[in-house]
Design a protein around this ligand. Sequence first.
Ligand code: NOJ
Length: 977
Amino acid sequence: MSAGILSSRLAFAFLLLATLCALLTPVESVKHGNFKTCDQSGFCKRNRAYADTASHLAHNWESPYKLDSSSITFHNGQLSAVVLKKIATSGEEVRLPLTVTFLESGTARVTLDEEKRQKGEIELRHDSQARKERYNEAEKWAIVGGLDVSMGAAVSADAPEGTTKVVYGPGGKFEAVITHAPLSLEFKRDGTSHIKFNERGLLNLEHWRPKIEKEKKEGEEAATEEADKDAGEDESTWWEESFGGNTDSKPRGPESVALDISFPGYEHVYGIPEHAGSLSLKETRGGEGAHSEPYRLYNADVFEYEMDSPMTLYGAIPFMQAHRKDSTVGVFWLNGAETWIDVVKSKSAANALSLGVAGHTDTQTHWFSESGLLDVFVFLGPEPKDVIKSYSELTGFTQLPQQFAIAYHQCRWNYVTDEDVMDVDRKFDKHDIPYDVIWLDIEYTHEKKYFTWDPLTFPKPKEMHAQLDQHDRKLVAIIDPHIKNTADYPIIDELKGKDLVAKTKEGKQYEGWCWPGSSYWVDCFNPAAITWWKSLFKYDKFVGSFPNTFIWNDMNEPSVFNGPETTMPKDNMHYGNWEHRDVHNINGLTFHNATYEAMLERKSGEVRRPFVLTRSFFSGSQRLGPMWTGDNQAKWDHLAASIPMVLNQNIAGYPFAGADVGGFFGNPEKDLLTRWYQAGIWYPFFRGHAHIDTRRREPFLVGSPYKELITQALRLRYALMPAWYTAFHEASVTGAPIVRPNYYVHPGDEKGFAVDDQLYFGSTGLLAKPVTTAGAESVDIYIADDETYFDYFDYTTYSGKGMHTIKAPLEKMPLLMQGGHIIPRRDRPRRSSGLMKFDPFTLVVVLDRAGSAEGSLYLDDGETFDYQQGAYIHRRFLFDTTTNALTSVDIATSGSKTAAYLKAIAKVRVEKVIFVGAPDAWADKTEVYVSEEGAKESQRRKKAGIAFHKGENGKTNYAIVRDPKVGIGKGWKIDLS
Ligand code: NOJ
């Protein structure tokens, strides 16, 4: 071995060791130096400088973009035109094709591209293979529907000179007004302006240009750079950019796209996950409590991430909503490159002279991406649910998961042997604690080679899976995108041999460092890579996997220990000759997608819904499986931050979200762990997980009273499984959040717009306020409406808008029921959710002030795709004061497999109905009449007992009907008149 090779190996070994040490030793907070600030990111700095120049020049600033009026055409719901960008220094004009497409859903889409150059017209550096056009395939990964154009959209004849107006949307209530010079777009609903593009003149599409080597005489460097800056253009990072010892060659030079998007009259903006901070986004350029950096979207493995920060995290959803009293609008910035977003709010004071004119706040945002098209979707609401639905129609709905997927998952890095797994499984049973899934982190593999089992520690995968299966439990195994570069590993030979690897800028197979040491990354942008990846999951290929094995995809940002900002160099190349720069934020989705596809095809004829967890994500990932918030810490502030983070995912079209319960790094105190479980039962994805250096903390280990309290919390999650499954079904057809922030449920309640530490669960009216501080004995919960709320456990009554203090010692989970809902439950304690399949139901009827209530239940086999052929029930329950009867009616259940499913659940019945807030008039009732559809004549009107309980000491009355003997899949009526 030559000295050179030896020293480079030593250097790598050292690097790996250093990285591992960094990863294994918890430090206090993130290493800021590892990640760029805006100032260290060339295009971010340039666009902020552009905004500063515009604001300094104020009225003297004119955006150099204008629409060539003579180029406008309008055809089949789409306006096309050419925008001309005037280059100040040369007077030259760059032609930018613009389209504004009006979709049937009422969404408008604006794209701005650069006219294609002829080959050779633009010089690429380094003999780069990079494509000579702007990346235009983000749509291919993110969008799956909702693109039908509106035939009703029409150009209006009454637009003022120099403008074009298109009337569109439901009932023709939306308008897009395009001002030609300088170019701006305004979107109106009912005649009022809601969204403005380029109002501040910050539209900036850095056109492609040839590189001109400027000859600098000695000593002139500084002066020239300053002169460039004065002219508004800092060219220093146009053609090359270095950070942390890595140099990014930029073969196409500067090519960012930027736009200011204003929301007049809107004080709150939400969305653009993933960040650890408040739901209502903060200002980023001055203002009280503002961040100093823009919100960044550049998927990265951020070690020990910090709280209340606009720093990037593992995933990116460039979808933002603006909200004001009774109006919600939104934008979706479809771009897969590094993106930053500045948020500025400007308040205008109330006008003292014109009485009654209140002051208002406008939110102005400024978006910039490093490359790609300018491609923005505009949603005009008017309600949060409309905006989220329109976005979800485009990017896809959460796939209805298997039932086990929404039960409790037990993970740690690592369960060290198959015996260990089986032992943990037995202990859950011994201690009567329910769980559905146990997880294996990277150590199960043979020397970090995915698709293998360590022969010493996991010699019996079959026995292990079989034991889990006895209680319908599953195993999730981790498979990451880095493939170990080693001998005797057929998978690396296939990957390299078939050339399905991500490439360097020179087109060589890219090698970097991750858990296994030297590794190669599968390039899942490549259809052939997906085909190959699918083949690896067949049972005869991934030997030791079984139908109850499911998958976890981690490190797919991708995380590269020796790469810039712990990821791949931007000038790396992917399939189709696109630079990594163009697609970075989509990378995680492509890997998740390949695994999802693979899980669909493990064996022909096996048609179970896949379950694949991902860490990195983009718009559209919600179609493929859950995400989690990565490596949090066992600290109270991380527990608190998980609530707005999970809520933000939920309103951003990706509701299947959760945080590591207990905190990944560090050892939680027992009360923190208990509170975390009490909060975690409200995460749609509910998993306990812990770092390899932490002490064991399975719920059965924590001792009394913590074990009992955690079990209680888990049992509540399991009892509410029917409601969870119903909420997931709703999300899968409408995009509705599964857990919901106050503004979503009460869009007219201004006081609640910034509330992000409590949540509503689906459409059940359950309002939870997790305790996230040490030693709390009570919490304040915010009630936004005049409805009556009842404590879930003891029926204490709360009413009146505003804050209410609720006792919350460690044994109490603050949880209220809003009057007016019917909540389906299954109360029998079981070991896993699979064992509850044929259990009877309890219905909790929570009467509202008028004495009515309504709810729903969706149920299917929880495993297969048979529901697509009607193998499900979807019931609506109604209690009406006028008839004094509770009824169950069908909500459009039909399909070829309906009858067979109804037969399968024919014996599943309602065993109990609890009426919360029962009127005093029921005090003497001892029986009710029950009738069921299709019952025999003699059974048409049977009786069931009812017991009334008078409420005392602030608690409401309740009444229980026991065993009304009605089928859950049938129509029936329980008559209390
Ligand atoms: C990083 C993940 O975020 C963490 O959950 C996992 O335990 C480690 N990788 C090891 O695979």
